[in-house]
Design a binder for this molecule. Structure first.
Ligand code: MLT
Length: 313
């Protein structure tokens, strides 16, 4: 009998480059990781599990995978992986922390422009035979202030892009020094100043116990009624019920939303509002980002299964 090849289970749709980069020597299998029963059965033989953000890798999945040595997340966030349970089970968790940054920043700018200029709504009206112009009068970004909530790697890319639009950039991030921000041309402010002075608020935070619900009913009561709010980072940081109420009551002018607290959620009440431009968690969904993420995690999986040191991707 030929020797057993390590099983690499791919549970979400990953770029074709991922499988190619794994090379020979693995038994590569695919399953639908969003189907719990299918995932639990498939993971029983897996030495490596590769996912995007649709498959939740929690303690139940890890317990069903006695051979598992590495979980690879083809993306940045770890909120869909129980890292503590993985560590306790001796399973390495690897990510592709830089692959998606530019794509996430570009989608943020896209959502902002779409919300500021009512692009999807005007497109839809035109398709329905209406040639409406004054109804879709928008907001110019130049000269306005953007408040970046979370000046990490994506937040910095967004700040640079919006500065190029002629916007003043302020930011709130307790982990970034004033000096570092000044080098980036960004003025650091406290959360209240950001909420009360920004014309645009864009969120770039991981979802952690500290950030969950950070922009809630109270915070949305302090913003300018003309504010445009964009979140293409993680759902749950902006309270969706509070945002819905603020938009309905005209306390927030418009929102661009790519992420939701519970995904998938095609029935989110936010989708009923004309002032919302929404996409189904597409921040990382470009050919370039997916290829980079797939290659990075494939490399890490090969190294992990060979017992080698896995450097930061
Ligand atoms: C990320 O964390 O990088 C993205 O959410 C990945 C994805 O879209 O699957």
């Amino acid at each position: 009998m030929p020797p057993r090849q390590p099983v690499v289970l791919i549970a979400d749709a990953l770029s074709p480059a991922t499988v190619a980069a794994l090379g020979d020597g693995f038994d590569v299998r695919h399953c639908d990781g969003t189907d719990r029963a299918v995932l639990l059965a498939a993971v029983a033989d897996a030495d490596a599990l590769m996912v995007r953000s649709d498959t939740r890798v929690d303690a139940e999945v890890l317990a069903a995978a006695p051979r598992l040595r590495v979980v690879a997340r083809a993306g940045t966030g770890l909120d869909t992986i129980d890292v503590r349970a993985a560590t306790a089970a001796g399973v390495m968790v690897v990510t592709a922390p830089t692959a998606n940054l530019v794509s996430a920043a570009e989608l943020t700018v896209g959502l902002l422009l779409a919300a500021a200029r009512h692009i999807p709504q005007a497109h839809q009206a035109l398709r329905e035979g209406e040639w409406e112009r004054s109804r879709f009068t928008g907001t110019e970004l130049a000269g306005k202030t953007v408040g970046v909530l979370g000046l990490g790697r994506v937040g910095v890319l967004v700040a640079h892009r919006l500065a190029a639009f002629g916007m003043q950039v302020i930011a709130h991030d307790p982990y970034v020094s004033v000096g570092r921000a000044a080098q980036l041309g960004v003025r650091m402010v406290d959360l209240d100043t950001l909420l009360t002075t920004a014309d645009v608020i864009t969120v770039h935070l991981p979802r952690t116990p500290e950030t969950r619900g950070l922009v809630g009913a109270e915070e949305l009561r302090r913003v300018k009624p003309s504010v445009l709010l964009v979140n293409a980072s993680r759902g749950g940081i902006v309270d969706e019920v509070a945002l819905h109420a603020a938009l309905k009551e005209g306390r927030v002018a418009a929102a661009g939303v790519d992420v939701f607290a519970d995904e998938p959620c095609p029935d989110s009440p936010l989708l009923d509002l004309d002032t919302v431009v929404a996409t189904p968690h597409l921040g990382a969904s470009t050919h370039e980002a997916q290829e980079k993420a797939g290659l990075a995690v494939a490399r890490s999986v090969v190294q992990a299964l060979a017992g080698e040191l896995v450097p930061d991707a």
